[in-house]
Design a protein around this ligand. Structure first.
Ligand code: ATP
Ligand code: MG
Length: 678
């Protein structure tokens, strides 16, 4: 019989012995000599003449092939070594990394750690019910993954199929993702808060014949009928042949002929599952974007490049070390959950937290109670949650011991000055670096972050700062030319490919080319704007769609919001441009007040205008300020400014794709408030 540990030995031995003798021609620059960067990054030991971390960063860009080949050989376990580092042509949307290489992602995330440290904790499941966390070792997670892999295979799921996972953040969801990787199926995780229609659209687009779900979800103390949502969704998905149903709560649900009781059936399966041999460029997963700017895109990520990039960024951006507990609170339905709750930490043999709850359940101290209880070392969250927690006051943070914290991460939206400062001073007690990480579903992993190559580097508050290894950001001017000077803003593009980038939009390669490759041929276009300071540091100024042009002055909405949010009465705000017959565009601000604030709206409007006028300029002052209870957000917590624009333009038929909108009631309130204001 084939035991899990022997399976690990087998694949590791095959790859190590082969890679020991393997020297692809492109590796000529890599020599077996050590430089002083090796203490910081062991993979860099062979880079001749590269001394110092700045030099390492430069080398990773100037000789991307040499850099990525060495890192890929050392950080991943290969079944067969690759013979070509990359074959990319950004202008045509052709992106291929590590061709000829074969590996299995689940072996890289599990077996090789089971081989060296089977009892190390892989997952800490922070269940919705506070204080009831459950730990899973690498051995246990491998066994669970193998059982799911065997179950899927027994029911006919094959290499190349796509499995839709509609589950809350929990170990079985992670095992399901890894089981897909083990047998060579792609996964398509859909956030378990989406409606039946949104789920059905993603199942159809991904052409899934298999869905994995749970009977009911539990989040913030509320039960959601996930199985019922799947039942409704699959009505319009003729491709679906089987639905695996696991039990998250004790309540039975109605089962149909298509449904398979997952927990029961898994018990019948072997704990050993032979890993499929996958090519580097086989699909690992599809994932739909948040839909902040339009219809969500089903981005495709592949095996080796994605895993390598997730692992390397996780290690260096957060300064993660063996034995640390990594607390990424993103849901697994988003790319942040994929890369930093699952793949990055597990590829590195780390201990990762799976957060099932909300920041305010059962009270606003939830995150920090968890940090104390689980002894979290790196905490990674979103500005929207930070802004929410500021509203409730510092006492909810200070109640708990946060002395284990070493790094605080932020992702998803620009982090405004007030939130950055609070996160740093109150949560991190002024001693933890705040790393504002910029990236996208498309980039697979973090591309710009404060300290990717130097844990001692200085951080300017509110700036994403420095590119990660192998990333070459450029800023384009309005004519599409690369701007070479500093102290300048422009459209953020990336000048050369990197292993973690998405390969295509599922079934829509032309849309991929049109969106990312055509706007600036030869460059990857991010859709975001950025500013490069005198010192060469980057600050993300927001989405280019959100830039407003008032009387010829171009200004990012994030900049105005940042000032408005500094008012002690304001919890958060969203600023948009609307067409104005004299100025070209005018400024319209939506403002949410902090809990318990009781002020005259007219007085506060005047105060906010004065603040904007003082800190930016008179032209940036809002023409209208509408006070609202909440802002329309995607289910991943991002403000949907495109919807606000349509409300202000009174184009209610043109609201666009609302499938990712979190709370439709927010729009109704805003429409009514807008009508009153006019
Ligand atoms: P869609 O592409 O469907 O409109 P989306 O862009 O919100 O949705 P994601 O891939 O989840 O989907 O989000 C990536 C975007 O989030 C980035 O392009 C950027 O606009 C924003 N973002 C992420 N991190 C940061 C950050 N640290 N600072 C500023 N903006 C950020
Ligand atoms: Mg996007």
């Amino acid at each position: 019989m084939w035991l899990p540990c022997r399976c690990a030995l087998k694949s590791a031995a095959a790859s190590f012995s082969r890679s020991g003798v393997f020297e692809p021609p492109c590796l000529n620059v890599v020599r077996r000599s050590s430089g002083n960067v090796a203490a910081f990054m062991p993979e860099a030991a062979g880079f001749l003449g590269v001394s110092g971390r700045d030099a390492l960063q430069d080398f990773s860009v100037s000789d991307g092939d040499g850099f990525w080949a060495a890192v890929a050989r050392q950080r991943l376990s290969w079944i067969r070594p690759f013979h070509r580092v990359q074959d990319c042509d950004l202008s045509r949307g052709r992106i291929k990394w590590f061709e000829g290489g074969q590996l299995n992602v689940s072996v890289n995330c599990l077996d090789r750690h089971v081989h060296t440290c089977p009892e190390r904790v892989a997952l800490i499941w922070e269940r919705d019910e506070k204080g009831s966390e459950v730990r899973y070792t690498y051995r246990e997670l491998l066994e669970m993954t193998c059982r799911v892999g065997n179950l899927l295979r027994r029911h006919g799921v094959k290499k190349g199929d796509c499995v839709t996972i509609y589950m809350p953040t929990c170990p079985l969801a992670v095992a399901s993702m890894l089981a897909c990787a083990r047998i060579g199926a792609a996964h398509n995780v859909v956030f378990a808060g989406f409606s039946a229609d949104a789920l059905a659209e993603r199942i159809r687009d991904a052409e899934s014949s298999t869905v994995i779900t749970v009977n009911q979800g539990l989040r913030g103390g509320k039960v959601t009928e996930l199985k019922r949502t799947v039942d409704a969704a699959v009505q319009s998905c003729p491709s679906v042949r089987r639905v695996f149903v696991a039990m998250r709560t004790d309540n039975p649900v109605a089962m149909t002929a298509r449904d398979i009781p997952m927990d029961e059936e898994m018990l019948k399966e072997d704990v050993v599952c032979e890993p499929a041999v996958m090519d580097s460029e086989d699909v690992l997963f599809l994932l739909y974007t948040s839909g902040s700017t339009g219809k969500p895109k089903g981005l495709v990520h592949t095996q080796a490049g994605y895993l390598l990039y997730a692992a390397l960024t996780h290690r260096y951006v957060f300064n993660y070390h063996d034995g640390d507990v990594f607390g990424c609170v993103a849901d697994i339905g988003w790319i942040t959950g994929h890369s930093y709750a699952v793949y990055g930490p597990l590829a590195n043999g780390g201990t990762t937290v799976l957060f099932e709850s909300t920041p305010v359940y059962p009270d606003p101290g939830r995150y920090w109670d968890m940090v104390e209880r689980l002894k979290v070392n790196q905490f990674y969250g979103a500005p929207t949650a930070i802004r929410l927690l500021i509203k409730y006051g510092d006492q909810w943070v200070k109640k708990y011991d946060r002395s284990t914290l070493k790094t605080l991460g932020s992702v998803g939206e620009p982090i405004n000055t007030e939130a950055w400062e609070w996160y740093h001073r109150v949560v991190g007690e002024g001693r933890c670096p705040v790393v504002d990480t910029w990236w996208q579903t498309e980039t697979g992993g973090i591309c710009i972050a404060p300290k990717p190559s130097d844990p001692d580097a200085e951080i300017v508050p509110g700036m994403a700062m420095r590119p990660f290894f192998g990333i070459k950001p450029v800023l384009m001017d309005t004519e599409g030319k690369v701007q070479t000077s500093n102290n300048i803003s422009g459209a953020l593009c990336i000048a050369q490919p990197w292993p973690g980038m998405a390969r295509t939009i599922h079934n829509h390669h032309q849309r991929f080319i049109d969106t990312y490759c055509q706007p600036y041929p030869g460059y990857f276009f991010t859709g975001d704007g950025a500013y490069r300071s005198e010192e060469g540091y980057y600050q993300i100024t927001g989405r280019l769609d959100d830039v407003i042009n008032v009387s010829g002055h171009r200004i990012g909405t994030a900049e105005i919001e940042d000032v408005v949010n500094q008012c002690p009465s304001v919890a958060e705000s969203a600023v948009i441009g609307y067409s104005h017959n004299i100025k070209g565009q005018g400024v319209y601000a939506f403002v949410v007040l902090k809990k318990g604030v009781n002020v005259q709206e007219a007085d506060l409007s005047k105060q906010l205008s004065n603040m904007v006028s003082e800190k930016i300029a008179k032209y940036a002052c809002p023409d209208f300020i509408q006070f609202v209870k909440r802002l329309p957000k995607t289910r991943s917590g991002k403000i949907m400014r495109r919807v606000l624009r349509k409300v202000v333009e009174c184009d209610l038929d043109g609201l666009g794709d609302l499938s990712t909108l979190d709370d439709p009631a927010a729009i109704q309130e805003i429409i009514q408030g807008h009508e009153k204001l006019l």
